[in-house]
Ligand binder design. Sequence first.
Ligand SMILES: Nc1nc2c(c(=O)[nH]1)N[C@H]1C(S)=C(S)[C@@H](COP(=O)(O)O)O[C@H]1N2
Ligand SMILES: [Mo]
Length: 254
Amino acid sequence: MKEELTSKQQIRRRTIKAFIGFGLASLVPFSVWKWIMSQPKLGRIPAPLRRVLEFNEKVTGSLVSTIHEAPTFPKSMASKWIRTNGLEGLRTPVATDYKIRIEQPEGSTHGSSFEITMDDILALPKQEIVFEFKCIEGWAQIQHWGGVRFIDFVKHYRLSSKANADSFKYVAMETPDKGYFVGIDMPSALHPQTLLAYEMNGQPITEKHGAPLRLIIPVKYGVKNLKRIGLIRFTDERPRDFWAELGYDYFAGL
Ligand SMILES: Nc1nc2c(c(=O)[nH]1)N[C@H]1C(S)=C(S)[C@@H](COP(=O)(O)O)O[C@H]1N2
Ligand SMILES: [Mo]
């Protein structure tokens, strides 16, 4: 009974925080607030607030990812020392027989699931980028990465295509142990700056930074830049996302 009370209080506190976050608190009369709080909950958040959140995500999801390119810089401006942040899914050594599993749902035009190796990735055209990597925790660094553009990878394996010539809506990525996982909206994944990266400052990526292959997605915050890719899955359903499940904005767009 006591436990139930505390978790209720926590939910209330979270909800209040979320509410203030929307910047609506000052605009909404108390009676409306009371109505909102009395509404059924969707997850932990009252339905009306959840809908506002989902609406915001829809708007940012459709605009932010496609409109702009992240500014780029000359190589000479790239940091020699790269900050490390977040080791979820990296607690065991990289497997000696490291492979990347590609999964496509029923209805994809070109087959279902298969595995590729780093040699397959290295055989694709290489692209480099120098951009400002931004972590939600408040630090940023100009960094130099190299790899294959995600869109080139998709075209090469003819992935993500459906009979009606549409693309799937999302791509899910996970570490081999599933300890870290992200969902990326397809326009952002196919953005020309998005890389499956295997080099950092012209050298193979080190383990802490996601060896042998990580996602570099300059139009998103650091959280989406998954290190050590074990699985790439195409889907129309919004994939699970490590930090979104802890309350961060799903799209994490810049
Ligand atoms: N596998 C995995 N990838 C991850 C994380 C993590 O904890 N595990 N953290 C993310 C976060 S929050 C950031 S800011 C960047 C940091 O990458 P870096 O350690 O190369 O600077 O990785 C992202 N990718
Ligand atoms: Mo981060």
